[in-house]
Design a protein around this ligand. Structure first.
Ligand code: 6PG
Ligand code: NI
Length: 188
C-alpha cells in the first residue's frame, strides 16, 4: 500500500525533499534546440557549458501521478532565451499542470494542427496544459524560473517532432523585452 507523504518544495531553488531522481541539462546537450549554434558553441567553450535547467522528481512506484520541479537558469543564446527541449506527451490523452513558484517565463504551446498559444509563467499562475499540446518553457527573466509540474506517470515524452522541426514560434530578447516571432528555421 502506498502511504501519503508531505514533500517540501523550495520555490526559489526548486529543491524537492525527499526526491526520487533528478537530471541536469547543459547547453551542449541542447544544440538542436537553439538557432545560433555558433554562439552556442562559443558559450560552451568559453563559459564552461552552463546549466540551462534541472528537473527533480518525486515518483512512487505504483502511483498514477507524479510531480516535481523544473528550475531554469536565466540566459540566452544570441538573444534566444534559455528554454526546455519541448515535447508532446506520448499519451495523447494526457495533459499536465505547471504551477510557477518564482521567476518570469513564457509557456509556449502548440497544437497538432499548428495553433500557437502562450501562457505567461508568473509566481502563482497555474497553467493548464490540455492533452496533445506540445509545451516548452522559456525563462525570459533575469532570475531562476522555478515551476512545479504534475503529470500522469504514463504520459511519457515525444521529443521527435519538436527536436527535428522546432516549434513555429521562438521567443527572443529585443532591447530587454521578450517578443514572440516566427521561427526562421521552421520547416513544415
Ligand atoms: C514532463 C514535464 C516536465 C518537463 C521538463 C523539461 O512532461 O515531464 O513537462 O517535467 O519534462 O520541464 O522539459 P523537456 O522534457 O521538454 O526538456
Ligand atoms: Ni510534459
Amino acid at each position: 500500500m502506498l502511504l501519503p507523504e508531505g514533500v517540501l518544495i523550495n520555490g526559489l531553488t526548486g529543491e524537492v525533499s525527499p526526491d526520487t531522481g533528478k537530471y541536469t541539462k547543459r547547453l551542449s546537450e541542447l544544440r538542436e534546440v537553439f538557432q545560433d549554434r555558433a554562439e552556442l558553441d562559443r558559450m560552451v567553450a568559453t563559459e564552461g557549458d552552463p546549466v540551462v535547467y534541472e528537473v527533480i522528481e518525486y515518483k512512487k512506484e505504483g502511483s498514477d501521478l507524479f510531480f516535481g520541479t523544473t528550475t531554469m537558469e536565466a540566459g540566452n543564446v544570441g538573444g534566444e532565451y534559455f528554454m526546455t527541449r519541448g515535447h508532446f506527451h506520448q499519451r495523447r490523452d494526457m495533459g499536465e499542470v505547471y504551477y510557477t513558484q518564482s521567476g518570469h517565463g513564457v509557456l509556449l504551446l502548440e497544437s497538432r494542427d499548428g495553433e500557437t498559444r502562450v501562457v505567461r509563467m508568473e509566481p502563482g499562475v497555474c497553467a493548464f496544459i490540455p492533452p496533445d499540446w506540445a509545451h516548452r518553457s522559456i525563462n525570459v527573466g533575469t532570475e531562476k524560473l522555478v515551476f512545479v509540474w504534475v503529470c500522469n506517470v504514463e504520459a511519457g515524452h515525444d521529443y521527435g517532432d519538436i527536436l527535428k522541426r522546432g516549434m513555429r514560434k521562438v521567443v527572443v530578447d529585443r532591447d530587454g523585452a521578450d517578443v514572440i516571432v516566427d521561427n526562421p528555421r521552421y520547416a513544415a
